[in-house]
Write a protein that binds this ligand. Structure first.
Ligand code: FE2
Ligand code: FE2
Length: 286
């Protein structure tokens, strides 16, 4: 029997009144019906479940309750809006990326989702591992990840928020990646992936675009759009035998994103929705 995993990202739930992305909660309410109808074995969420979660715990509770209603196991990791990435960003963006000088288990994210920086969901064909990362790794996520990867015998899908390989050569994503968020820690994570061939897929978010790039000879990096604010899509991974097939399906929210944030950037469908080979393809697991 094939294993079916859904990958969603960047939901950006907001407490009322919605200020950053008005209408986002309604897009997510409708998208929930599509996701539930897929009857997946697991749903992975690669961060930014909320817009102000590190400041407002209620938004994380909204995201948690929405996920519970999907009636499938969930593995989530925090994004920079759920768990501030570093103190500098927190100072600069206190409403959306507040930095919590606390142990992970005491942060808003840690108390609503998972107090552990590394989480695992073991499926018959693949191990899915999530990592919560902050700059300088105050939570000890990287050593935990390394020891988990050393002991795992199945192929691994690793879930993190920040893409590690460049996603687009031009436009806003040429500069928007991990650099201002986890500059040093991202290269450490990349080294861990490079030295563990068992990691076959790195499932990320953050860039609000559907992208796919090689991250290491053995590992493909994919990102999954922004289900709430846009581009509203989700990925479906079907694992059968030694192959992971991926395809991309549309949600019901906006199909753009960056043209709203960067006025000089015109909306480009493939920039947001990915080229054909980024939307659909396969990755060998063994
Ligand atoms: Fe986001
Ligand atoms: Fe993000």
């Amino acid at each position: 029997m094939a294993t079916k995993i859904l990958h969603i990202s960047d939901l950006h739930f907001e407490a009322q009144p919605e200020t950053l992305y008005p209408g986002v909660n309604q897009h997510l309410r409708v998208a929930a019906e599509l996701l539930a109808a897929e009857h997946p074995d697991l749903i992975i969420v690669s961060g930014d479940l909320t817009s102000h979660g590190s400041r407002n715990r209620k938004e994380l509770e909204m995201a948690r309750d929405w996920l519970l209603r999907l009636d499938a196991p969930v593995l989530a990791v925090p994004g920079n809006h759920d768990l501030g990435a570093n103190p500098l960003r927190g100072q600069e963006y206190p409403e959306t990326e507040a930095y919590e000088f606390l142990a992970l288990r005491k942060t808003n994210y840690g108390s609503v989702f998972s107090p552990e920086p590394v989480t695992m969901h073991d499926l018959p064909t693949v191990a899915v591992i999530g990592i919560a990362l902050r700059e300088e790794d105050p939570d000890g996520a990287l050593p935990r990840l390394e020891s988990t990867l050393d002991s795992v015998t199945k192929p691994v899908i690793l879930v993190g928020h920040y893409p590690l390989a460049p996603t687009r050569a031009t436009g806003p994503l040429a500069t928007f990646a991990f650099h201002e968020f986890i500059p040093h820690t991202a290269s450490r994570l990349r080294r861990v992936i490079a030295s563990h061939p068992v990691v076959r897929l790195y499932a990320a978010g953050h860039v609000h675009a559907c992208t796919a790039q090689p991250l290491a000879p053995h590992c493909l990096q994919v990102t999954a759009g922004g289900l709430g604010p846009g581009p509203s899509l989700y990925r479906v991974y079907t694992i059968s035998g030694a192959q992971l097939h991926f395809e991309t399906r549309f949600g019901t929210g906006p199909l753009g994103f960056w043209e709203q944030l960067v006025p000089e950037f015109d909306y480009a469908p493939e920039y947001h929705l990915g080229h054909h080979h980024e939307r659909n393809g396969q990755q060998t697991l063994y």
